[in-house]
Design a protein around this ligand. Structure first.
Ligand SMILES: NC(=O)c1ccc[n+]([C@@H]2O[C@H](COP(=O)([O-])OP(=O)(O)OC[C@H]3O[C@@H](n4cnc5c(N)ncnc54)[C@H](O)[C@@H]3O)[C@@H](O)[C@H]2O)c1
Length: 364
């Protein structure tokens, strides 16, 4: 098992990674001196599969214990769900000494995190991500949020958990679609980190899908380390550094909204990476040869249908809702080299449209 720490100006908390990491939960909760009045917010599918493990490892420790199972998915991330969780918390007499443990993918974590940050002005939170995507991305860094009026994550908070525990054994029951989703974010880490990680992902690509434990543990750990480093430096996304994590995401969020969340996050992120690379090429930041080289990794997923046909003008309209926009203009993270990005690049509509049309040619 490996351990790393998110260490911001305000918070320090461990991220524990490995097969069977869940077994150390009791010990880690005690080490962190967390409350014994526990509300578990868990993905219904995960509870059905791992009920015994989850109950055994948590119930004995608790003074108060309540399990709330929810159906994961983008629809969950709503004010309606948030209100229903507040109701449970009040009805069950949970107070300020509550510990919320979120067990599930990113939609469970984002929603539970938002509730933890707002209920009684904030209660303790632990993330136990069970999807690859949540493990390498959403569980780390403290961004919580729900969707509103067809805009992704438009209502939210920054709220750090006290502990993140990633048991890579959970991934064994993921569907291929959910593996593809996590791999989309991993491709992003490969592109924004350095040549050696990029090459490792490239040459071990099929082992990720086979969940070869040495490969999956290394890739998850290295991805987490990268996110941890960025978040520790730029907790509130205001120094520019954290923005590099958004590579491909302005496109991805627009694709998600356009398709009404029919394609999962990682698929749209992969398509978004292709579009961001095409835009970097259009802006003459990368040459045609470099574009071809950099497209190799995302295009390893081309056989999985990443997204469908789209209307570029409508995608641009969707982008106007993106939180990263400033002064009413569209902003992008563009790439110069692996690990070398430009952030806050303002781009005109013509160039965006060009990148979207190229993306269609490449992906469809
Ligand atoms: N907060 C952040 O910083 C951040 C970063 C990236 C993404 N996100 C958000 O994360 C969300 C996507 O996360 P996700 O893909 O994990 O979504 P999800 O929670 O919907 O999970 C995807 C699917 O996997 C299933 N599942 C979960 N764990 C499983 C397991 N162990 N075995 C079998 N099935 C399992 C779920 O039931 C669901 O059907 C999006 O809403 C995105 O906006 C947030």
């Amino acid at each position: 098992m490996k351990k790393t720490y998110v260490n911001t100006n305000n918070y320090k908390y461990p991220v524990i990674i490995g097969g069977n990491a869940f077994k150390s939960l009791q010990v880690e909760l005690s080490k962190a001196n967390l409350s014994k009045r526990i509300l578990v917010i868990v993905d219904r599918k995960v509870l059905a599969r791992y009920k015994k493990v989850i109950e055994k490892d948590l119930k004995n420790r608790a003074d108060k214990f309540y399990i709330l199972k929810l159906t994961a998915g983008e629809k969950l991330k709503s004010q309606t769900t948030v209100n229903s969780i507040y109701k449970v918390l009040l009805k069950e007499n949970f107070g300020r000494d509550t510990l919320i443990i979120a067990i599930g993918g990113g939609t469970i974590g984002d929603t539970a995190g938002f509730v933890a940050s707002t209920f009684m002005r904030g209660v303790q939170l632990v993330h136990i991500p069970t999807t690859l995507l949540a493990a390498v991305d959403s569980s780390i860094g403290g961004k919580t949020g729900v969707n509103f009026s067809n805009a992704k994550n438009i209502i939210g908070t920054f709220y750090q958990p006290s502990l993140v525990l990633i048991d890579t054994n959970f991934f064994k029951s993921l569907s291929e679609d959910d593996m593809v989703s996590g791999v989309g974010e991993i491709i992003k880490y490969g592109i924004i980190s350095d040549e050696s990680f990029y090459k490792y992902i490239h040459s071990n690509f099929s082992s990720i899908f086979k969940l070869k434990s040495s490969v999956i543990d290394k890739i998850v750990y290295d991805s987490v380390k990268l996110k941890v480093a960025v978040v520790s430096e730029d907790e509130f996304d205001n120094k520019g550094l954290r923005k590099i994590l958004n590579f491909g995401h302005t496109f991805a969020h627009a694709f998600e909204s356009y398709y009404k969340f029919k394609f999962n996050h990682g698929r749209t992120v992969t398509a978004g990476i292709v579009a961001a690379l095409c835009l970097s090429n259009r802006k003459e930041i990368i040459s045609n040869a470099k574009l071809r080289k950099l497209l190799q990794l995302p295009l390893k997923l081309k056989t999985k249908k990443l997204i469908g046909d789209f209307n570029s003008s409508k995608i641009i309209e969707m982008m106007k809702l993106d939180k990263k926009n400033k002064w009413g203009e569209l902003n992008f993270v563009l790439l110069k080299n692996i690990g070398e990005m430009y952030v806050d690049v303002r781009v005109n509509k013509r160039d965006i449209k060009y990148a979207l049309e190229e993306t269609k040619k490449i992906l469809l």
